[in-house]
Design a protein around this ligand. Structure first.
Ligand SMILES: [Zn+2]
Length: 344
């Protein structure tokens, strides 16, 4: 189990309530029958692939949106909010960096994951085969280009399966989070979301949602010590304009600054081996591991951390394997590289 789930569970009732409201429209229609593993949904410009895994809502912080359109079973969605299994009107949740979202299909929440190694559908394999050769060549050229511009320690040494490296800044106190997807060249994309479903008004019976998406770049990486790199926030752009209001589906969307990144320029990047006891209390107050640490015993972070030095905010990745730094599945607690059970 992932430690940070604890905070998400606090919002279970809110999320579930909102999700059920949103799902009413989708329940009554006749839908094509598509096996869970053949389901694909596009969100955040990413294809999420269905699994047979179901679960209670609460594994993600809240409802992100609903399925807006659908293509034929077997086809690949090409727009955000598009499925290939029907379900128009059904809600799906945020991906807060786990690579997983939950989607309401046929009365249940199913886990969908970003493209996983070896988990491609037959449909996709067929389509990929057709364009493979041209793509392979382009890919090789891209990789060559990337190699030439790679300058950044320590991200350049990361296992490619960890990239982009996802970080979340969140707390147990509210249904909010800022997510950063960090690439090895220091560039990043991300989003800030804060749902207040209780704050309703005329035209927005499902409450308010503060949000923005952003892109930017960290640079000037400098090694501070064995575990720590200094970096400077060199650029960040976000949209929509703060204060911009728009009502969609009975929710009032309000443009906001990216919480955690809108103030402060100097940041520290911590490696998973960083001893927790040397870090500031303020920074550690955002660390998911704080729930299972007594504050005294020697213990490493166990994940990558980004600290906003001026504001003392903390962004954290999922746990990584202490043996090989491979990605640990938040669902099973098992290292995807060496199979070690890391757990809690
Ligand atoms: Zn491992």
């Amino acid at each position: 189990m992932r430690k940070s789930k604890r905070s998400a569970y606090k919002h279970l009732s809110l999320c579930l309530f909102g999700a059920l409201l949103l799902s009413v429209a989708g329940c009554s229609r006749k839908e094509p029958v598509v096996a869970p593993k053949d389901r694909i949904l596009m969100a955040n410009d990413i294809l999420y692939y269905g699994t047979e895994e179901t679960g209670p809502m609460g594994d993600a912080d809240c409802v992100k949106g609903e399925i807006l359109s659908t293509v034929q079973p077997g086809e690949i969605p090409t727009e955000n909010g598009q499925s290939n299994f029907g379900g128009v009107g059904n809600p799906y949740t945020f991906d807060f960096g786990d690579g997983g979202i939950m989607v309401f299909v046929e009365e249940e929440y199913f886990w969908f994951y970003r493209e996983e190694k070896g988990a491609q559908t037959a449909v996709e394999e067929g389509q990929q085969q057709a364009v493979k050769e041209g793509e392979q060549q382009a890919e090789e050229e891209r990789e060559q280009e990337e190699e030439e511009t790679m300058i950044v320690e320590p991200l350049e040494s990361l296992d490619p399966s960890l990239l982009p490296l996802n970080f979340v800044f969140s707390s147990g106190a509210g249904a909010w989070g800022t997510m950063i997807s960090l690439e090895k060249d220091g560039s990043f994309t991300g989003g800030y979301n804060d749902s207040d479903m209780g704050d309703t008004g005329e035209g927005y019976a499902h409450g308010k949602h503060y949000h923005c998406t952003f892109q930017g770049r960290f640079g000037n990486f400098q090694k501070v010590d064995e575990y720590t790199y200094g970096m400077t926030l060199e650029e960040i752009r976000y949209e929509p304009e703060p204060g911009t209001e728009e009502i969609r589906d009975e929710i009032l969307y309000i443009g906001s600054e990216p919480y955690g990144l809108s103030e402060g320029k100097e940041f520290l990047l911590y490696l998973p081996e960083t001893p927790a006891e040397g870090l500031t209390e303020e920074f550690l107050s955002w660390w998911p591991g704080r729930y299972t640490w007594d504050g005294k015993t020697g213990r490493a972070l166990g994940c990558y951390g980004i600290r906003n030095v001026e504001m003392e905010y903390g962004f954290f990745s999922d746990d990584v394997c202490p043996d090989c730094r491979g990605p640990v599945s938040p669902q099973t607690g098992v290292c995807g590289e060496c199979g070690k059970a890391v757990g809690n």
